[in-house]
Design a protein around this ligand. Structure first.
Ligand code: 1HN
Length: 345
């Protein structure tokens, strides 16, 4: 590969004349915007210990009332992007949110898509377009783009959940904004009652408009049961993984980020191929070791880490007697839609 001309090789008056007309020569920057063979991601492998962050999150509960925070969140920021950018990867935002008993995080809607993975505590709920979604540990609750949502808490202990949003991407697109609203009236209809039976889905014949997101709450008990059955039915299956789907379209639950749950059998080591999307791993039950790009993280229950794209990831169950369950988020739906999705052996 030939060396390309540098900016310093050009006469200063020429560069100044270009700049005055808002013009830039491509060749000095061509290799930076399109590196050879593989991107050079800013995203660095990073892990966040729940035990370490929890006291700081609880302290936020003392320091800042919910009225002053709206959403009381500590952002899991990737230092490779600089902390101020508040991103875990180029498209993924992660945050740990605290809601205390009796608190209410007011209704709003916004363009970024969000999901919540419940980490700890009972008694909280999220209302999405009037549908009350109770929050138990491990449940996944969607708040898709444009839908009203608010959080409340009728229990007596702090509740913490992991927020995963496509905020960095939507912000980059200059498409990020929110609208605040009134407290929602809660309706009886529940997508999870009618949409959670695998194999059949409600089929509107006369309805002109379908809800784009018919299922908003994916209870952990159901997901865990699916993984456990899959593992028992297929003893030789290496990757015991399920995808959170839209039950009416069969497509990904949300348009930009993908969500999955995987089970590591006792003692199992699972080598995932290098794929173009960045990904996030959050331990729901058990303990796991994650190796990526020369880094190794020992994760306990409720710990979270992120991995850049284009790197192989090795997951290992730290227990030889119990399965481990891991929630995964990645940028695969986005990469597929853009045509840049790759798996590299
Ligand atoms: C948001 O609306 C929530 O509704 C949580 O709980 C985190 C981070 C950035 C922008 C909006 C929520 C958020 C957020």
């Amino acid at each position: 590969m030939s060396d390309l001309g540098r900016l310093e090789d050009l006469p200063a008056d020429y560069v100044a004349a270009l700049r005055a007309l808002n013009l830039v020569p491509l060749w000095p920057s061509l290799r930076a915007v399109m590196p050879a063979a593989k991107p050079q991601p800013r995203t660095v492998p990073t892990a966040w210990s729940y035990a370490a962050l929890k006291p700081l999150l609880l302290r936020a509960g003392e320091l800042t009332p919910i009225e002053k925070a709206e959403r009381r969140v500590l952002v899991l920021a990737n230092p490779g992007h600089t902390l101020e950018k508040m991103q875990a990867s180029s498209a993924i935002y992660l945050g740990m949110q605290l809601l205390l008993p009796g608190e209410w995080a007011p209704s709003h809607r916004h363009t970024p898509n969000a999901v919540r993975m419940v980490v700890e505590g009972e008694g909280a709920w999220t209302t999405v377009e009037g549908e009350k979604c109770v929050m138990h540990r491990g449940d996944l609750i969607l708040t898709p783009t444009g839908l009203w949502h608010e959080h409340g808490h009728d229990g007596d202990q702090p509740v913490v959940w992991l927020d995963v949003l496509d905020l960095p991407l939507v912000y980059y697109l200059e498409a990020s904004y929110h609208v605040t609203g009134q407290r929602q009236a809660q309706q009886a209809a529940h997508g999870e009652r009618s949409h959670l039976r695998a194999g059949v889905a409600p089929t509107p014949v006369f309805e002109r408009t379908k809800r784009a997101y018919p299922l908003l709450r994916y209870p952990w008990a159901e997901v865990k049961a699916a993984l456990s059955s899959l593992a028992a039915d297929q003893p030789d299956l290496e990757s015991v993984t399920v995808t959170y789907l839209n039950p009416e379209t069969g497509g990904d639950a949300l348009a930009i980020l993908g969500f999955y749950a995987l089970m590591l059998r006792p003692g199992q080591t699972l080598a995932l191929p290098a794929r173009s999307p960045a990904s996030v791993f959050h331990v729901v039950e058990g303990g796991a070791e994650v190796k990526v790009a020369g880094k190794s993280f020992t994760l306990a229950e409720a710990d979270t880490c992120c991995a850049p794209g284009y790197e192989a990831v090795v997951l290992r169950n730290r227990s030889s007697s119990a399965p481990a369950f891991v929630f995964v988020a990645d940028e695969a739906p986005l990469h597929r839609k853009l045509g840049v999705y790759e798996v590299r052996g």
